[in-house]
Design a protein around this ligand. Structure first.
Ligand code: GLN
Ligand code: ZN
Length: 765
């Protein structure tokens, strides 16, 4: 009889009702004590361990008050120099790195260590989770402080939890950090490893048998020298005191597979969703005493697993491996919501297709029972699962023949403008009649308390459709009046009616569903609630036209129609696992294309299609970038390019790295692109200059993330730098991004200065 064991790589820590978020925010505001915050943390850990009680091994140390990478930095004693002198509580110092602290803020330690800059944040591999980047320099020293992990371990052991501590491996830890002095990070490895050796010994002394050591960097292309670092590191970590489960997830090992197979560890976890094709080869190459953990439940999506299909595939492997087989979700469940049971308002049929973290662990236990005791032991659960899988597959709500037919008839000409940019620009200039250095904004104006109140009253049914319409129209009118008074050239309606740039469209498209509590941690206390793209996408009726028409009726200046692009909608949703992402993206593109054409018919001359998340969708491996960019660009072109030459298409991307994707950006062929540049001193325009980007650009001159009011002189100076790189006649003047998080009293003086800056530029250049 084979006996497969079950375990989990990590559990969402935010809480089913976002308890951690609220506890953190209350502590930060000074409304609750550190002890109260610690108590919420302890309760959440206990509850989450109870949720995982059926597993053979339960992760410990996956809990963090802000970020598990920042926890690792504290465990390794790798604190940025700027916070090292802090005399206060370690948790407060941790939050100082996480969130930064301004010098003016009232704080006990202002005299010794007042203001500090927050640690830089970046995406955790290809997820929407953001971690605090470890900082290194040639002088970095490490010093173990295992107190956090030991406290969590002691709590778990006191509760009788079968604890498996989880840590980030040394090579990944170095790889995902940043050498502030551009020194060689790998040179730190020999200083780092003793801290790990000591950590493992400390855990062993507490009776730990297995430690999960995460090295997801192994699913990416390793730079020269890093494979050797792996060999060396694991030789040194293999002290025989604890057993190491080396965990990889999010992708395939590819050329790193032989390296993984030879590392001196006692077990290997492979993502059998993304790397199923590599499982057989890995087992073949691993020494016969190694544990093989297979991540057979998708830890990144919200769909039920087809359990019978997994069993058909897994049973022979289980037969071969016997008790060397462990099964688990593919990765930490950090990336999915906690509990489907909370979703009582969700359509019952759609709910029957879904599994959140708790349900995924239930699936895991059914799989283990079937493997260990035969499928008959869990026949009822398997039958229920099969029924759900079958109804989803066959559902007319998922499959819309008209959408499939439309998709099949897409031709390249649909994505092609009638004339090249230069010819279009002349026609657009004749219609729009804009000055040199035209001014515009990115779309949203402040989401005031009144807007939020009207929206929530409307949602609760306290404010009827007419009342809501009147309230939103009043806000639109306000922002149009303000823009006219400011003297902006191309106006926006302000997006008052939008809760969120993706959800707003998802709610009006067929094929989308929404959870109430499906929150996923994005960073710190911030969560997102991605909409669920479950079926073929279609647009029953126009989504934005009436609002934009109303806004245009209030002014003689051109009013921009404002849409979210298909790639961004896709990348910020939970998407289908039964068709390629590209297919879902093309379906979204066809729906948004109809909206673009309806706006044009309604007389809207300028249409902006935001692609804020285009870069985020880049695959982990560079070798796969081009394939992604090909369909992403094609989807954008399909959306945007069915318009007449004299309709001006804008796109917007709020980030600042274009060097490696500039060709794709140019291929989108938007007439105007607005980007974030104010903080990079226009340096990122180098990419556009070198590529000789042919169309118009609005490099942001106003950092909207900050409450500071940019001066006219500063913006003039930035634009002059821009004009050294891009011909002045193709430059626009605009902020970095939308203004929804700002206050009107900040926006008015900032935009006044921006409009004056444009006037100065017109006179001087
Ligand atoms: N049009 C959106 C806004 O102004 C764009 C937001 C974004 O790029 N993230 O809010
Ligand atoms: Zn933006």
């Amino acid at each position: 009889m084979t006996m497969a064991r079950t375990h989990n790589l990590g559990f969402p820590r935010i809480g089913a009702k976002r308890e951690l978020k609220f506890a953190l925010e209350s502590y930060w505001k000074g409304q609750s004590s550190r002890d109260e915050l610690q108590a919420v943390g302890a309760q959440l850990r206990q509850r989450h361990w109870q949720d995982q009680a059926g597993l053979d091994l339960v992760p410990v140390g996956d809990f963090a008050f802000y970020d598990q990478v920042l926890d690792m930095s504290f465990t390794l004693g790798n604190l940025p120099e700027r916070v090292q002198g802090f005399h206060g509580d370690a948790l407060d110092n941790y939050f100082r790195v996480a969130r930064g602290r301004s010098a003016q803020s009232a704080e006990d330690h202002a005299h010794c260590c007042g203001g500090v800059a927050a640690g830089e944040m970046t995406k955790w591999f290809d997820t929407n989770y953001h971690y605090i980047v470890p900082e290194f320099s040639a002088d970095t020293e490490f010093k173990l402080d295992a107190s956090r992990l030991l406290a969590q371990l002691a709590q778990a052991q006191a509760l009788g939890v079968q604890a498996k501590p989880v840590i980030i491996g040394p090579v990944t830890y170095l790889a995902i950090g940043k050498a502030k002095d551009h020194s060689d990070k790998l040179a730190l490895l020999h200083r780092l490893l003793p801290a790990y050796v000591e950590l493992l010994a400390t855990l062993a002394a507490q009776g730990v048998e297995w430690v999960q050591i995460d090295e997801p960097i192994l699913v990416t292309e390793l730079e020269p020298g890093w494979a050797t670092a792996f060999d060396k590191a694991y030789q040194i970590l293999n002290t025989g005191k604890v057993k190491l489960l080396l965990a990889m997830y999010f992708g395939q090992l590819q050329s790193n597979l032989p390296l993984v197979a030879r590392l001196a560890v006692q077990g290997v976890h492979l993502d059998a969703i993304n790397a199923r094709a590599e499982v057989a080869a890995l087992i073949d190459q691993l020494p016969a005493d190694r544990v093989v953990s297979l991540g057979v439940i998708n830890g990144r999506n919200i769909w039920k697993t087809d359990l019978n299909a997994v069993l058909d595939w897994l049973a022979p492997i289980a037969g071969r491996l016997g008790d060397r087989l462990w099964i688990a979700p593919s990765c930490s469940l950090l990336h999915v919501p906690v509990d489907l049971e909370s979703e009582q308002a969700l359509d019952a049929e759609i709910r029957s297709w879904l599994a959140f973290a708790r349900q995924k662990l239930d699936e895991l236990s059914v799989l283990a029972s079937a493997l260990n005791h035969g499928r008959a032991a869990v026949q009822a659960a398997l039958d229920a699962n099969q029924a759900a899988i079958a109804t989803r597959r066959a559902s007319p709500r998922v499959n819309n023949p008209a959408v499939k037919a439309a998709l099949a008839s897409i031709t390249a000409s649909l994505g092609q403008r009638k004339s090249p940019y230069a010819a279009r620009a002349l026609k657009q200039a004749a219609v729009l009649n804009l000055p040199k250095f035209p001014t515009t904004t990115i779309g949203s104006f402040p989401q005031t308390a009144e807007i939020r109140q009207a929206r929530s009253q409307h949602k609760r049914g306290e404010l009827g459709a007419t009342g809501y319409l009147t309230a939103m129209r009043a806000e639109i009118e306000r922002s149009v009046r303000e823009q006219e008074a400011l003297g902006l050239d191309v106006l926006v309606h302000g997006e008052a009616e939008r809760n969120d740039m993706v959800e707003y469209f998802g709610e009006q498209l067929d094929g989308y569903a929404f959870s109430q509590f499906g929150w996923v941690q994005s960073y710190g206390s911030r969560c997102v609630k991605p909409p669920i793209l479950f079926g073929d996408i279609s647009r029953p009726k126009a989504m934005t036209v009436e609002w934009i028409k109303y806004a245009q009726s209030l002014t003689r200046k051109p009013m921009k129609g404002m849409l979210t692009g298909p790639v961004t909608i896709l990348n910020w949703s939970f998407v289908r696992d039964d068709q390629p992402r590209s297919v879902s993206c093309y379906q979204l593109a066809l729906a948004i294309r109809q909206e673009v054409q309806d706006l044009e018919k309604a007389g809207v001359r300028v249409i902006q299609i935001d692609e804020a998340a285009l870069r985020e969708g880049l695959p982990l491996r560079k070798a796969q970038w081009q394939a992604y960019l090909d369909w992403a660009v094609a989807a954008f072109r399909l959306t945007a390019n069915g318009v007449e030459d004299d309709t001006q298409i804008h796109t917007h991307m709020c980030y600042s790295e274009f060097n490696d994707i500039i060709q794709a950006i140019a291929a989108m062929d938007a007439d105007v692109i607005t980007i974030e540049t104010s903080r990079s001193d226009m340096e990122l325009l180098d990419a556009f200059e070198h590529f000789q980007y042919p169309n118009e650009i609005g490099p942001g001159v106003y950092d909207i993330h900050s409450p500071n009011i940019p001066s006219e002189a500063h913006m003039v100076q930035l634009m002059k730098k821009a004009a050294e790189r891009v011909p002045a006649e193709r430059l626009w003047v605009n902020p970095d991004c939308g203004l929804k998080t700002r206050q009107w009293q900040e926006v008015i003086p900032a935009l006044t200065n921006m409009v004056n800056a444009a006037r100065t530029l017109r006179a001087e250049l």
